[in-house]
Design a protein around this ligand. Structure first.
Ligand SMILES: Nc1ncnc2c1ncn2[C@@H]1O[C@H](COP(=O)(O)OP(=O)(O)OP(=O)(O)O)[C@@H](O)[C@H]1O
Length: 894
């Protein structure tokens, strides 16, 4: 999502004062003052939303629509643009994607009502909603497989800080206290909110910490913890928040500010959130933002889903299932019980292939009940949401039936509780509601209730009666055409309908006169080719049809509201059922992935070991498979944080392109997957819980934050050395490359020692500095491993196999040759390398190498005497005897 070029310029806009304004303009300016200044105001005028002043200028530019003028205010023309109400959604979507917020000012009464107050009175209007990136609920504005979160960052004067977050589309609402700025950044990277609220003065920091989010600065007073507490208690109708857990002051401040904003943006409508929950520190594996980005867990460094871990492992068949899986991978658990519960559920579906297939088949029809429910609760839902909701819950029932008693008996608790939540047997009211929705709605109901035509015949006798009256009158009208044609003798007479005249009779101009003279027909309109008439009979029928139609629509809307209210009453049970469907999808997808990829169930315990046999990188493996290239070579890893049975720190060396980075990353990804409760791509895996995952992989400039490549690398390395504790897993790939050789080597050396001696965490350290491999002699819990390559028929072959011990050589020059470096440069590199290696003391050896001297092209070799002689021969002038003699001479010369 891109932001408007200058978000500050939106929040500090000024609009004209109301002096001298027309009544309508005065109302506009009132609403404008009431709506947040960083939101554009859509001002409803009949069939259009109109925008004025600066709003119009910005919207016209962003939407590429015409900017016009409407009247004057204080002697200046008023800039204006507008969008039709029926297409507002697509314009809204474009504005939100361009980073804007939109306040929707609706008409709150019928214009005829306003007229009753006096000819000049203005229709009452109010801001009914502020559409912001974090508070969207419409399917076409949301990504189906991604949660859409809004977060609030509170930093209190006492130095404490917390984040609160909500997902309006499923009602989740939570907070976490964070003990450092780094933890805050990591949590934000995990949540990946689309909108972040913060106090005015924290706006810059917020933009830095959450680069993908729209930042919404709010007055500091909104983050007052006492006010927040009052607001929360009021909303959730409790005397004390203790009912929901123990919250810190900062958490309450963040939750309160978030709730306030949600109420504002929903214009006071209940935000329909679940009671807040406090996420305990240490509940999830903290993945530092650099690691999250470079491991490409949710998206690649380029921002694409294709090529990410989640894309490789996601086998879910519903959007809510995909969101649940994404949430688990984004925030892997630290709770062994929870991890095992997820694995148990997957194991059940792995062992029961038939159950897996049947559940997945059923789920495909279930849709996204959580989002339908939210729309219905917020009054934005339509008949189609009702229908989808009922269908999903019905599928839940069928799914249970499909599993049968035998299947259920062996299901683990995570699944039985999900199946319980789906069972309608114990919920007669919900079952009745679902049956009623199915009966009440027509087969393909429209998106919006206001269009009518969605209640099936037979549901409401009064509605059926109104409809039949309407249809009967229509039939009478249709019959009148023949009656009038016979009566007048004009065979081409037609009865037609339009919005201006209602029902009318139309004859061609030629027959117009015939009817003009007939008192039964009242002349209405003369056109170039046709003349139009009405009759009192038609007028009466018209009124009957309109009345019956209006009554039918009113009855339909009543029926809709009735069903909607019943949904509201059942909201907790429906939410639980929707969550259960997502849970089942995630579990069956986990098993499907395990079956597809030959993944195994990891053992996760509270030891400090990290033992992988036959580990693979899911993304690289899938890419190799797709490309039909060589197979992925599995590799083992054995680490022990206690430094007893195995090394704690592994130095990984090997030629370029041998697979060092792949090896490092695959092990980090296996840890993430295991704690997410997923099967892992390995033959066997045992992992002692990892509480923090750090990685420093690859070098990328962070110029937007004013950091050079080397600076960015050092900041990340510093964060690791300062923060990694004994339960952390660190992967470091070639640190120290971006500076002078000896500086780089020294920094890498010191980093290894620090990790080994101070952090004492499990670590993988890939390096090209062969000198470092000697460190294992001095560090008792460090070991060397290397990736094998061999030369075969003059070619370098990468085996991608990890073996104990350091690499024998680096083959860098060979890789450079393969990459197409000019032969002269390759030859020169070999020469320098030989010299450096034979001298053993690089500094001294380098001293007498002329810096930057490119190797001169090799001189053409001087021709030998034999060659000179050969050149001088004229073969045609030689007799056979001379030729023989010459051969003896030449032979003597070589
Ligand atoms: N275990 C493996 N099995 C098969 N192919 C592999 C394996 N590991 C890596 N590869 C292939 O080798 C390529 C290079 O791997 P990788 O980037 O990990 O090498 P590297 O040693 O880190 O290189 P450099 O030192 O140049 O960064 C990968 O893109 C992949 O195609």
């Amino acid at each position: 999502m891109t932001r408007p070029a200058d978000p500050d310029s939106l929040s500090q806009r000024a609009f004209p004062t109301p002096e001298g304004a027309t009544p309508m303009m005065a109302q506009f300016l009132d609403l404008r003052a009431e709506a947040p200044s960083d939101a554009l105001l859509f001002y409803r005028m009949g069939d259009f939303y109109e925008l004025f002043f600066d709003d119009a200028v910005r919207a016209a530019q962003a939407l590429d629509i015409a900017l016009t003028k409407r009247g004057e205010h204080q002697g200046e023309p008023v800039p204006m643009c507008g969008v039709p109400v029926h297409h507002a959604q697509s314009y809204l979507s474009r504005l939100i994607k361009a980073g804007f917020k939109v306040a929707v000012g609706e008409q709150m009464e019928d214009p005829t009502e306003a007229k009753k107050r006096g000819a000049k009175s203005v229709v009452r209007r109010a801001v009914t909603r502020i559409v912001t990136p974090g508070t969207l609920t419409e399917d076409d504005l949301l990504e189906a497989r991604r949660a859409n979160r809004i977060a609030a960052l509170a930093r209190l004067a006492d130095g404490t800080r917390a984040l609160a977050w909500a997902d309006v589309t499923d009602g989740s609402f939570a907070a976490a206290a964070l003990d450092s700025e780094a933890a805050l950044e990591a949590e934000l990277a995990a949540l990946n909110p689309s909108e972040l609220l913060c106090a005015d003065e924290d706006a810059r920091l917020a933009a830095e910490l959450a680069p993908g989010a729209a930042i919404t600065p709010r007055a500091r007073a909104k983050f007052d913890a006492s006010a927040g507490e009052r607001r929360l208690k009021q909303r959730f109708e409790v005397h004390s928040l203790d009912a929901f857990g123990a919250f810190s002051r900062a958490e309450i401040a963040a939750l309160g500010a978030l709730l306030d904003y949600l109420e504002l943006s929903q214009a006071g409508a209940p935000a329909r959130l679940t009671p807040p929950r406090s996420e305990q520190a240490g509940a999830v594996m903290v993945i530092d933002p650099a690691a999250r980005a470079s491991l490409e867990i949710e998206r690649t460094l380029q921002g694409a889903r294709a090529g990410s871990l989640i894309e490789a492992v996601d086998r879910t068949v519903t959007a809510p299932g995909a969101r649940l899986l994404a949430e688990r991978l984004a925030r892997p658990s630290m709770d062994i019980g929870q991890i095992n519960a997820r694995l148990d559920a997957a194991a059940f579906f792995l062992d029961n292939r038939a159950a897996r297939l049947s559940v997945r088949e059923r789920l495909k029809a279930a849709g996204d009940p959580a989002r339908c429910l939210t729309r219905l609760l917020l009054g934005r839902g339509g008949p189609r949401d009702l229908a989808q909701l009922a269908r999903a819950l019905k599928e839940g029932e069928r799914l249970i039936a499909g599993l049968g008693q035998t299947g259920l008996a062996s299901a683990p608790p995570a699944l039985t509780s999900a199946l319980d939540a789906l069972s309608l047997a114990a919920r007669p009211e919900l079952a009745a509601l679902i049956a009623d929705i199915a009966r009440a709605l027509s087969d393909e109901p429209p998106l919006l209730a206001r269009d009518g035509g969605f209640i099936a015949p037979g549901w409401d006798p009064a509605l059926d009666e109104a409809r039949s009256l309407r249809d009967q009158s229509r039939r009478v009208v249709a019959g009148l055409q023949k009656t009038y044609a016979d009566q007048t003798g004009v065979a081409g007479l037609k009865v037609k309908h339009n919005n201006v005249l209602g029902y009318f009779i139309e004859v061609t101009a030629r027959h117009g006169d015939a009817l003009m003279g007939d008192n039964a027909f009242i002349h209405r309109q003369t056109m170039a080719n046709a003349v139009r008439f009405s009759t009192p009979e038609l007028g009466e029928l018209e009124a009957k049809i309109a009345q019956a139609g209006e009554r039918a629509l009113a009855l339909e809307l009543e029926a809709f509201e009735d069903l909607r209210t019943r949904v509201e009453d059942q909201a907790p049970a429906i939410r639980a059922a929707a969550a259960a469907l997502a849970e089942l999808d995630a579990a069956a997808a986990n098993a499907e992935w395990a079956a597809d990829a030959g993944a195994v169930r990891p053992v996760v315990d509270d030891s400090l070991v990290f033992e992988i046999e036959g580990g693979r990188h899911p993304v690289v493996e899938a890419a190799l498979k797709r490309g039909g290239e060589a197979r992925f070579t599995p590799n083992a890893l054995s680490l022990d944080g206690a430094g007893q049975a195995q090394a704690r720190l592994m130095l990984v060396t090997g030629p370029n392109m041998a697979g060092k980075s792949t090896y490092l990353r695959q092990n980090a990804l296996i840890a993430v997957m295991a704690q997410a409760g997923l099967y892992v791509p390995a033959a066997r895996a045992r992992i002692g819980l990892v509480d923090r995952l750090f990685s420093r992989v690859g070098a990328a400039d962070d110029l937007s934050r004013g950091r050079s490549t080397f600076m960015a690398e050092m900041i990340e390395t510093a964060a690791i050395l300062n923060q990694a504790g004994p339960r952390a897993l660190v992967i470091l790939d070639e640190i120290g490359r971006g500076t002078a050789t000896f500086d780089g080597l020294s920094i890498a050396w010191a980093a290894v020692e620090h990790l080994h001696e101070v952090n004492r965490c499990r670590a993988l350290f890939a390096t090209h500095y062969h000198e470092l491999t000697r460190l294992v002699d001095a560090l008792d819990a460090a070991a060397n491993a290397s990736l094998r390559a061999k030369e075969w028929k003059g070619e370098l072959v990468f085996l991608h196999e990890v073996q104990p011990g350091p690499a024998d050589r680096s083959y860098g020059v060979e890789v450079a040759r393969r990459a197409g470096l000019p032969p002269a440069a390759v030859a020169r590199a070999r020469e320098i390398l030989d010299r450096l290696e034979s001298d053993g003391a690089p500094a001294a050896a380098l001293a007498d190498l002329p810096l930057f001297s490119a190797a001169p092209p090799a001189p053409a070799p001087k021709p030998s005497a034999a060659e000179d002689r050969l050149k001088s021969i004229d073969p045609d002038g030689l007799s056979p005897k001379d030729a023989l003699e010459l051969i003896y001479v030449l032979k003597g010369m070589v």
